[in-house]
Ligand binder design. Structure first.
Ligand code: PEP
Ligand code: MG
Length: 659
């Protein structure tokens, strides 16, 4: 027995809707399947259901076979057509207001060891502010199976061991879900993990492998990789992110099997200082950022993505400690100074009191700055200075709006490409850019076209091995050589421009021909969309000024583009010939060096003379000590981490008051 319908579930059959659908299906004895495009999956498996990637307005068929088939069809079709009716929503009922409440437990460990008996380490000041709190060391051990073929008589015992481990993981997740202190956001994450752990897709796959003679840990690792690869292959943001969830669940099961403890970021205590060798930007973006007091890492520099995310959430960070970070593995408490780039291991009473005072003063300052959220910074002559935000994902929109951003001055599109095991489709990109445009309209949203190179390879693009990736095939150079990728992005941007004030800028420009070739491609894309009858609109095209060559040809560039945005992060490294990620040359990597400041001034002059907008989106744009200088040079747009916005507005207003 079957019935077809059009899905009216707004988010598609994702996360909670998938869970609800499965819960409903499991209430019937009948076998129930959902069919889309000829592919049928069990309606009782949320993993399989999610992998079907059913979206709103798509046609699906529900098939039921059994004694209560009629009732099952009725209920499931009813849900797909009217998802709001009839179902409880425990998860949403929990208020996010319960966010707090986790008790800070110091990390266990013995007396710290620091190099040369010192307890003060120096790294790169990557995100300003002071913090003191319990150390939370995040050095996840690599997990490996025994890789031994089991004897036939061992298999049954291994399956029992595996099932017990799965049960323990499910119980742990159920326990977490029962805690009132869990925020709505965290609850959603845990619930999604619990669904995966309870679903027979992963467990069935793993059991099959154990029956084939694999030890349980090896089986779980392989099964998780197989299912994660399926999630990664779907052309859908949300589902791609589920691949990480599958790995996370697999890891939990392995840890129980190995009798090891979990040190996942989900468990970080309130106010703890996160210590790691490296943290993927995406891991950090999904971590409970509100609970993290500070970040200390062996890797990274002031403009690495960890630093950018930390700054956008106002989390003090010291990065680039190198091997010194190992001295913090056993620390109990850590104080960090994100302005000076210092980390203090197990501070004494006087240092503690000093840091506690600074943290309190910083909180007071932040509270005093909130009045600037709605201020439109205006100079004595009436010129408005746009203070915009730099972000790299839709998840950061809220932080930018909360801070009072007057639009987006730099949307880094790299994360969109890096999150996937394949290149994002035109539709997915168009949806993302349109969401941004809508969120900030009528303010502009400046989207930077893909700026990626061999140092940050992504799936779907073959990068050659290069001696100097920073001087190599990256940014606009790569895009122009791969019009298939570039045109997909340009078409998506033209489509998104219908929904708001989209502007587009090109990274790493060093020659006029790069702008001209881009224009040809934009014209081609426009003609194609017109011929296909796809709604689209024009956008302003600008360039980033971040190479010395661009500075030197700025007068010529200014005649061909609508705006400049100075990328001081790269401009500084290229002018000073000092790698922005290399802590040993951090001193040279200084935007206030006269060489860099004069490059900025030359750019501003060329832009102002040509009557185009000159903005800045490098990290220097958020420095209150430099803002007046930039504004006097003629910059009218400054784009920065959301956490810097209110202070920047204050600095501009102070400058305006001085006349
Ligand atoms: C810059 O180089 O200043 C910039 C804003 O771009 P990114 O930091 O992404 O290279
Ligand atoms: Mg750059």
């Amino acid at each position: 027995m079957e019935r077809s319908t059009i899905v009216r579930v707004h988010e598609g059959l994702h996360a909670r809707p998938a869970t609800r659908f499965v819960k409903l299906a499991k209430g019937f004895e009948s076998d129930v399947e959902l069919v889309k495009d000829g592919k049928a999956v069990s309606a009782k498996s949320s993993v399989k259901l999610m992998l079907l990637a059913v979206k709103e307005n798509q046609e699906v068929t529900v098939r039921a076979n059994g004694a209560d088939a009629i009732e099952a069809l009725e209920a499931l079709i009813g849900y797909l057509e009217n998802p709001r009716a009839g179902l409880d929503d425990e998860a949403e009922a929990q208020s996010a207001a319960n966010d707090a409440g986790q008790e800070a437990a110091p990390a266990s460990g013995s007396v710290p060891t620091a190099p040369d008996g010192a307890n003060r380490l120096r790294g790169v000041a990557a995100s300003e502010g002071f913090a003191i709190g319990p150390a939370f060391a995040h050095f996840p051990p690599d997990i490996a199976g025994r890789g031994r073929v089991l004897r036939a008589e061992e298999i049954e015992g291994e399956i029992d061991r595996f099932r017990t481990a799965v049960g323990a993981v499910q119980a742990r997740m159920d326990h977490a879900l029962a805690q009132d202190s869990l925020s709505a956001g965290d609850r959603g994450i845990v619930a999604a993990l619990r669904d995966i752990a309870a679903d027979d897709s992963l467990t069935g796959e793993a059991e099959g492998l154990i029956k084939g003679g694999n030890d349980a840990v090896s089986a779980v690792i392989t099964a998780a990789s197989t299912i994660a690869a399926e999630f990664s292959a779907v052309d859908d943001h949300y589902l791609n992110a589920r691949a990480d969830d599958v790995h996370a669940v697999g890891r939990q099961i392995c840890l129980v099997l190995l009798g090891q403890d979990d040190i996942s970021l989900e468990n970080i205590p309130e106010g703890a200082i996160l210590i790691a060798d490296d943290i993927g930007a995406w891991d950090l973006a999904r971590a409970p950022l509100k609970r993290i007091g500070g970040v200390v890492c062996g890797h990274g520099g002031a403009t690495s993505h960890i630093a950018i995310i930390a700054r956008s959430h106002g989390i003090p960070a010291v990065l680039g400690l190198g091997g010194q970070v190992n001295a913090l593995r056993t620390a109990r408490e850590v104080a960090l100074d994100g302005n000076a780039g210092h980390v203090i291991i197990d501070p004494d009473a006087a240092t503690r009191a000093d840091f506690a005072g600074r943290v309190e003063a910083a909180a007071k300052e932040r509270a005093g700055l909130t009045i600037f959220k709605t201020v439109t910074p205006t100079l004595a002559d009436g010129r408005i200075i746009e203070v915009a935000a730099n972000i790299g994902s839709l998840e950061e929109i809220e932080a930018a709006q909360e801070a009072g951003a007057m639009g987006i001055g730099l949307f880094r599109t790299e994360l969109l490409f890096m999150r996937h095991m394949h290149l994002p489709s035109e539709d997915m990109q168009a949806e993302t850019y349109a969401a941004l445009a809508k969120a900030f309209a009528p303010y502009p949203v400046i989207v930077r076209t893909l700026d990626i190179g061999g140092d940050k390879p992504i799936a779907g693009i073959e990068f050659p091995d290069e001696e100097n990736p920073f001087l190599g095939w990256r940014g606009i150079r790569m895009c122009l050589d791969r019009p298939d990728i570039f045109k997909r992005q340009l078409r998506a941007l033209l489509r998104a421009a219908v929904h708001g004030n989209i502007k587009v800028m090109l990274p790493m420009v060093s020659d006029l021909s790069e702008v001209r070739q881009t224009r040809v491609l934009v014209d081609e894309c426009t003609a194609e969309l017109k011929a296909e009858g796809v709604p689209h609109a024009t956008f302003d095209l600008g360039v980033m000024i971040e190479t010395p060559a661009a500075v030197l040809i700025a007068p010529a560039l200014a005649k061909e583009v609508a705006f400049f945005s100075i990328g001081t992060n790269d401009l500084t490294q290229y002018i000073m010939a000092a790698d922005r990620l290399n802590p040993t040359v951090a001193k040279l990597n200084d935007v206030t060096n006269p060489a860099v400041m004069s490059a900025i001034e030359m750019t501003a002059k060329a832009g102002v003379a040509a009557g185009i907008m000159v903005g800045m989106c490098g990290e220097a744009a958020g420095r209150p000590d430099l803002i007046a200088t930039f504004v006097k040079m003629g910059l009218t747009e400054l784009s920065m981490s959301p956490a810097s916005i209110q202070r920047a507005k204050k600095a501009i207003m102070a400058m305006a008051a001085e006349g």
